[in-house]
Write a protein of this length. Structure first.
Length: 161
């Protein structure tokens, strides 16, 4: 996140402006132990977009996400029908996140694509977002992970301003 923000001053400025838009107890107070309310941080759409875009392009795990097709009958996977039973199939988040049919200019880091009106099909972008897996093997800690990613960024920027 810091790498991308350091390379994109306009995004950094927009993020700082958003972080200044809510009542933050870290500013103008002598009590450094009081931190912003997590609900206030959840209502910061641009911060959420920055985190999602970082996870889209710089996901921690480029590995396959293996599944085994059901044993008793053929399966359908996307446009492929009659996939035989029992083979191991994989999906790669790295490839899904760089699909030009879903993400315009997929190699560009653009957090605005996650905001309403930021891309042609925001719903498709959210559907293809695979940073934490999907389905029954979705990461159960994804909400905590996103919360942990939001806190350091928000605290460092707001406290320094």
């Amino acid at each position: 996140m810091l790498y991308e923000l350091s390379r994109n001053q306009d995004v950094q400025s927009d993020l700082i402006a958003e972080l200044h838009s809510f009542d933050n107890p870290l500013r103008n107070t002598d009590n450094s132990t009081h931190i912003p309310d997590s609900q206030a941080l959840e209502r910061l759409p641009f911060l959420g977009a920055v985190v999602k875009e970082c996870l889209r392009l710089r996901n921690t795990s480029p590995n396959a996400d293996p599944r085994v097709t059901p044993n008793n009958s053929p399966s359908r996977i996307g446009n492929l029908s009659n996939v035989p039973s029992a083979p191991r199939v994989c999906s790669y988040g790295w490839c899904l996140h760089r699909n030009p049919d879903v993400y315009a200019d997929p190699l560009d880091w653009d957090p605005k694509r996650w905001l309403e009106g930021g891309c042609d099909d925001t719903a498709a972008a959210k559907k293809w977002f695979f940073a934490f897996g999907a389905g029954s093997r979705n990461c159960i800690g994804q909400h905590i992970a996103v919360e942990c990613k939001i806190w350091p960024a928000s605290l460092s920027y707001v406290a320094s301003c």
